[in-house]
Design a protein around this ligand. Structure first.
Ligand code: PGA
Length: 251
């Protein structure tokens, strides 16, 4: 039985003042959630604040990006080791916004994944199709190619310490959620792809769904056999909504 995992991706939102309240509320509320792994992915400048305010709670800390190089003359980048200085446990890799707005390629994303794993950070690798790709029947081939780029570079064993997030691009921040059946179909295909390399491991890897998950639709999504939790954007900025989704995951 895979333990459920709910991760809040704050994206480029927050301020010292607003984070203070949100982190405190999430840390306090998390005490009422059992049997679910919880994490928040905050912008880099707030890692220290989050580390302090989440100390002693069951909520883990994650970053939204990492450099594919270990250290050196890479102005503006943040290394995996720096993230570890702030007790980061997780890092998002290959979010569709990074792919679309910052031109991250499959190869670069695979590099980030490898650096994270080699430094002991757990990557959450994000995959998903655009609306045009879905409408032209390419959903599974796109998702499978995105995942394959990682498997070929990192090896299947690296997925022992990784999580996959299926996030259809058309569902992110749009209020349009994939139906539970649509999401389940892709999650099942992802697990089958992993199983073609290692069937035992494929049963252990968590596959999260992301894209307009809200308290109202989370129970139905989490009831699907291959959906092991959620990667939550907008709703993770409201403590009550994020906690309500975490509670649904604990049922
Ligand atoms: P959303 O974002 O929940 O706001 O759709 C999800 C994500 O991008 O991780």
């Amino acid at each position: 039985m895979r333990r459920r995992f709910v991760a809040g991706n704050w994206k480029m939102h927050g301020s010292l003042a607003s984070n203070q309240r949100l982190l405190k509320d999430v840390a306090v509320g998390a005490a009422k959630v059992s049997g679910v792994d919880m994490a928040v992915f905050v912008p880099f400048p707030y890692l220290s604040q989050a580390q302090t305010l989440l100390a002693g709670s069951s909520v883990s800390l994650g970053a939204q990006n990492v450099c594919e190089f270990h250290q050196g003359a890479y102005t503006g980048e943040v290394s995996a080791q720096m993230l570890q200085d702030f007790a980061c446990h997780y890092v998002l890799v290959g979010h569709s916004e990074r792919r679309a707005f910052f031109g991250e390629s499959d190869a670069q994303i695979a590099g980030k994944f490898c650096v994270a794993v080699s430094c002991g950070l757990q990557p959450i690798i994000c995959v998903g199709e655009t609306l045009a790709q879905r409408e032209s029947g390419q959903t599974e081939s796109i998702v499978s190619a995105q995942l394959d780029a990682i498997i070929q570079r990192a090896g299947i064993a690296a997925f022992e310490s990784a999580t996959i997030a299926y996030e259809p691009v058309w569902a992110i921040g749009t209020g349009k959620t994939a139906s539970p059946a649509q999401a389940q179909r892709v999650h099942e295909a992802i697990r089958a792809q992993l199983a073609s390399f290692d069937s035992d491991l494929s049963e252990r890897v968590k596959i999260l769904y992301g894209g307009s998950v809200k308290p109202e639709n989370s129970a139905e999504l989490f009831s699907m056999p291959d959906i092991d939790g959620g990667l939550i954007g907008g709703a993770s900025l409201v403590a009550d909504d994020f906690l309500a989704i975490c509670l649904e995951a604990s049922r």
